[in-house]
Design a protein around this ligand. Structure first.
Ligand SMILES: C[S@@+](CC[C@H](N)C(=O)[O-])C[C@H]1O[C@@H](n2cnc3c(N)ncnc32)[C@H](O)[C@@H]1O
Length: 362
């Protein structure tokens, strides 16, 4: 005999991703207090994903579904506890229970495998770093003072901390690589770089953007510009993309100067790390390097005004807690460019949460 249990309506945890702007309306079957209860618990979804990423559960299921007892044995975990986590995650489309207590991958779960194109595993591990979580725990400090909670908790700033902890810096760089791969193809599909001869990727990390761009444009050469310790580790990404011979690696500080002589400058997923004053300094240094010609593309989230939901509004709180940066509206970008002697000429949406913002000397 089969029992059908009526568990009642459920919002966030019942299939609807988020409450509408403004919360529950008069026709909404889910009372505001229930929606609030669910929102308060939503950080646990992220925590469970981080745990299964650490445990390499998705890799265990590479060849097909397995009973939870087998997954537990292979990952060194408690079968009952693991079952509860996988059951909860499967309700969000991460893993699927194909038979009682037997779980398989879904497309979402497969992104946590280590060995797939576009793997999000390193990003999950980075999101789960205790240092980030401690800083988020002190978010109230940021809200009270406007200053980074990270600095308050650790007594130093984010970039200095990473400078002193090479293993975390390596994880950060790999996580940025995951992010970059997701963002870069979307960017290139949305914005044609035909005709560009030489590009400087400013704060280009380990070269993931150039590794995506250069194979599409065989005539283009590039400079990868980042902190010396970061470019020192960039060789592998560029070599495996087969473009290392077209890339000059330059270590430096973009708050001081930026390599000159290119017709395209790129700032990808970087300007949001910095407050307005430092952002204007970086943009002025790029403007100076451009020598009156060329163009700059900023690849970043552009947050809409008003109540519209946008991932950038949450990313902005990461900037508030960890760094002095912010995610900006289009008007805020225009004001920064203006102050740096640049003129914003276009903003183009892409299929990722980022947009391409184009500026030329003003
Ligand atoms: C959020 S990451 C983005 C990396 C890359 N553009 C991407 O899209 O994946 C920001 C980058 O800025 C670099 N960075 C931070 N401070 C810098 C400085 N003073 N000069 C040059 N690069 C810097 C970091 O090392 C890091 O690679």
């Amino acid at each position: 005999m089969t029992h059908t249990l009526d568990v009642g309506p459920s919002g966030l945890f019942g299939g609807r991703p988020r409450p509408p702007a403004g919360g529950a309306g008069p026709d909404d079957p889910i009372p505001p207090a229930v929606q609030m209860y669910e929102l308060l618990y939503s950080s646990l979804i992220s925590r469970m994903i981080i745990v299964v990423a650490e445990l390499e559960v998705a890799d265990t299921l590479r060849d097909g579904p397995l009973p939870v007892s087998e997954i537990a044995e292979r990952t060194g975990t408690d079968a009952s506890a693991l079952h509860r986590v996988l059951r909860a995650l499967a309700s969000f489309g991460v893993f699927t229970e194909v038979a009682p207590r037997t779980f398989g991958l879904t497309p979402l779960a497969a992104t946590l495998r280590r060995d797939v194109e576009g793997s999000m595993r390193e990003l999950a591990r980075y999101v789960g770093l205790p240092e980030r979580q401690q800083a988020f725990g002190a978010l109230a400090h940021s809200v009270r003072t406007g200053r980074p909670a990270f600095d308050h908790v650790y007594g130093t700033d984010w970039w200095s901390y990473f400078g002193a902890h090479p293993e975390l810096a390596r994880l950060f760089n790999r996580a940025m690589g995951s992010m970059a791969r997701m963002v870069n193809s979307a960017t290139l599909d949305a914005y044609d770089l035909g005709g560009v001869r030489r590009v400087v990727d400013v704060g280009g990390g380990q070269g993931h953007l150039l590794a995506t761009v250069l194979p599409r444009y065989p005539e283009m050469t590039a400079v990868l510009f980042d902190l010396p310790r970061v470019v020192a580790e960039a060789g592998e990404v560029l070599t495996s993309a087969g473009v290392a011979d077209r890339v000059e690696l330059v270590g430096g500080d973009f708050l001081t100067s930026v390599p000159a002589g290119a017709d395209l400058y790129v700032l990808s997923w970087t300007l949001h790390d910095w407050d307005d004053e430092d952002s204007v300094t970086i943009l002025r240094n790029i403007r100076r390097a451009m020598d009156g010609a060329g163009r700059l593309i900023v690849i970043d989230e552009v947050i809409p005004e008003g109540d519209t939901a946008h991932f950038g509004k949450v990313e902005d709180i990461v900037m508030l807690a960890l760094l002095t940066g912010r995610v900006r509206t289009e008007a805020e970008f225009a004001a920064l460019f203006d102050e740096a002697g640049l003129r914003m000429v276009e903003t183009r949406a892409t299929s990722s949460p980022t947009s391409v913002i184009v500026a030329v000397p003003g």
